[in-house]
Design a protein around this ligand. Sequence first.
Ligand code: LLP
Length: 449
Amino acid sequence: MGKGVLVAGQGGSGAARQSALLDDAGIVVTKDGLEMAGVPLARIAGEVGTPVFVYNAETIRRQFRALEAAFAGVPHRICYAVKANSNLAILRLMHDLGAGADLVSAGEMRRAIAAGFAPANLVFSGVGKTATELEETVAAGIGQVNVESIEELKLLGAVAARLDRVTSVGIRVNPDVTTDTHPYISTSHGGIKFGVPHDQVRSAADYIRDHPYLRLTAVAMHLGSQLLDPAPYAEALGKLVALVKELRRTGISTLESLDIGGGLGIRYQAGAAPGMDPVALAEVVGPLAVKAGLPITMEPGRFLVGSAGVLLTEVLYRKHSGGRDFVIVDAAMNDLLRPSLYRAHHEIVEVVPAGREAGPVDVVGPICETGDFLALERVLPKVEPGERLAALCAGAYGFAMSSNYNTRARVAEVLVDGGRAAVVRPRESVDSLFASEIADPFATLSDNG
Ligand code: LLP
């Protein structure tokens, strides 16, 4: 969400205008409408129902390879940020491409292991890891734990000693740089919850150096998400490299990598420049890695999967009220939260363009809140009930942030690849949403006196 992306609205209409975004997704427009990897999106909507997330495996591979190619001259490893899209099929794809994984919970570790990742290729980041999570991940032999506070570090040391497992630690530093993104996903300036502040890094490193069960293997950062400019990476990484020099002077000789986090942004709006240029990023990161004599770890999420996914939804009704035109669709903020939470822009296109004239509409869902919208004042061709729309760039933080609000079942997920489509998560059944709830918890007790 660079500045422009925050504006929900504006823009023209029709598939032609969105062609750059359709290219980004790996979608082509045929006489049957939009097609992904040779599969008409209308067919998926017809067979699986709506709403449904559809992901393009080849687009994910393309993104991964672009990043690999850009960093070919820089020793590096890519640890996919599982939080962006944690479906096992996506994780398996990343694993098969040779990625490691970046986790924010022990739950994500279980997913990653279920998808085939070796624990040694996992990095556990996050500001509030619980004792239970540290125990589970250390016992599994996790590759690296990125700590974010001295207290967490002490707990990790105690857990590692109790389990008799020497554990590799990264210190996630708060480099105190500013980034141009939405404030909710900017994570590297002073006065926020993330990272060990610069002036506490030395004592954290001393603690690790002197602990028999901890090894300091990485200095880490994560600047924020949806970043389009490499400059803050250069600034922050410069600070990390200076820190590495300082730590080495204190006798630390165990460092194995510089972890630059994730954050690489993508294009969300038709007409916007492409997202982060990985070549430009490698150009600023490479020399600094050389200076430190360390390989790079990166934790991209959105860059790998964001453009590869769409959310298909069906038009239920139209309505004119208070001078505005509404298109009421069957997808809502519980399915795709980003517009409601960040005012994020997702381009919306017809699945089968009908060639009608366009006008400004609010695209809204069935949820009982005025803040439930996919787009406001968006210029869209006139659509009829029963027709389908696709919200683009929904592969990252789409399904992953969905919920059951309003007792709405979470939607199905479909992966397409080489002319084939497979449901990789069926739509939840509504009954399953309350199957474990207990309507009369005290009934038996009082019945029996
Ligand atoms: N590493 C760490 C430590 C992170 O906290 C994150 C994302 C990533 C890597 C991956 O960042 P990415 O490459 O995907 O930008 N829900 C928000 C995004 C939240 C990102 C949180 N941390 C959104 O929908 O825009």
